[in-house]
Design a protein around this ligand. Sequence first.
Ligand SMILES: [Cu+2]
Length: 76
Amino acid sequence: MPDSGHHHLLINVDKLPDLKLPIPADSNHLHFGNGQTETELNLPEGKHTLQLLIGNHLHIPHSDPIISEKIEITVK
Ligand SMILES: [Cu+2]
């Protein structure tokens, strides 16, 4: 399906995964394959980074990757 995909939330990922391969699925790479546009995170106190990356139905980023800026948050 062209022009389709779902969000992936990258948590504390310093180096982007290989954008030609499926995005890993682990506690640092969350998949929102049901089209979710919001979530709740439970992160320990301290600084964390968040970044969004769209992947297709195979979890592979598009050839022109759609990726957000990385933001830094502080959990208190
Ligand atoms: Cu995915």
